[in-house]
Design a protein around this ligand. Sequence first.
Ligand SMILES: [Zn+2]
Length: 140
Amino acid sequence: MKYPLENWRRLKRGYRFGEKTFYSDFHLGTDYIVPVGTLVFAPYSCEIIKSGNFSEGGNTIHVRFKRRGYGLIIMRCMHLSKMSPPGKYRAGDILGLTGNTGKLIRGAHLHIDLSRKKVQIKNRQNFIDPEEFFSQTKKL
Ligand SMILES: [Zn+2]
């Protein structure tokens, strides 16, 4: 397995999972502070099932993969400057480049959130803490 970004452990974090932000009282994922144009990697073999530009998250991709102990996961990566096209990717392939697109942003970063099976914005219980997820699945 790879992490979605290089130097994962040492990267500066912005809002973390569950924290209050300037736009919400519960952050659905974790923000990783990286300059525009930083490579985003596939952590596992996966499929980009959706990509598009949204007013709040900017350029966003939905990446689907399966993990033991979790089942099907949808990982959203937001605020990208470039998105790889929908399709299948292997661990380590490039999924896009980070950026600062979208309204809900104050400076370049990568927002990652993880959902079980499908994204249900209003269902906080269905989101997984990315920090916990990536530190646990690394050991499997
Ligand atoms: Zn965020």
